[in-house]
Design a protein around this ligand. Structure first.
Ligand code: FES
Ligand code: FES
Length: 130
């Protein structure tokens, strides 16, 4: 499979690899797996007091497209509100990275990881409020 230039760039120079303490209340953690191939992606967001995602980190055990997709979305979510982050669609990721059809599920994994991270953050904060 030939990877696009942008996939290779993110694969060779992944942005924001790593993680935050998942027990930190300003952190939301999304962990998702792709049934199609068994790849796993962990995406974490750090949200400031104004509700803006100020930082994001990922760890992905998977193919080049999955790594590139998660690297890309850590850049995209920064500076966004949670709702804006939820608006990121896998089709935008796939278009940006020029993913071929067989690799679309890798970008879906990244969209799902954002949703899971936002959900985790929100659940944490609901729990805190009561
Ligand atoms: Fe091989 Fe995803 S299918 S790494
Ligand atoms: Fe499965 Fe890329 S091949 S996530």
């Amino acid at each position: 499979m030939a990877y696009s230039e942008k996939v290779v760039d993110h694969y060779e120079n992944p942005r924001n690899v790593g993680g935050f303490d998942k027990n930190d209340t300003s952190v939301g953690t999304g962990m998702v797996g792709a049934p199609a191939c068994g790849d796993v992606m962990k995406l974490q967001i750090k949200v400031n007091e104004s509700g803006i995602i100020e930082d994001a980190k990922f760890k992905t055990y998977g193919c080049g497209s999955a790594i590139a997709s998660s690297s890309l979305v850590t850049e995209w979510v920064k500076g966004k509100t949670l709702d804006q982050a939820l608006d990121i669609r896998n089709t935008q990721i796939a278009a940006e990275l020029a993913l071929p059809p067989v690799k679309i599920h890798c970008s879906i994994l990244a969209e799902d990881a954002i949703k899971a991270a936002v959900e985790d953050y929100r659940v944490k904060h609901q729990a805190q409020a009561h």
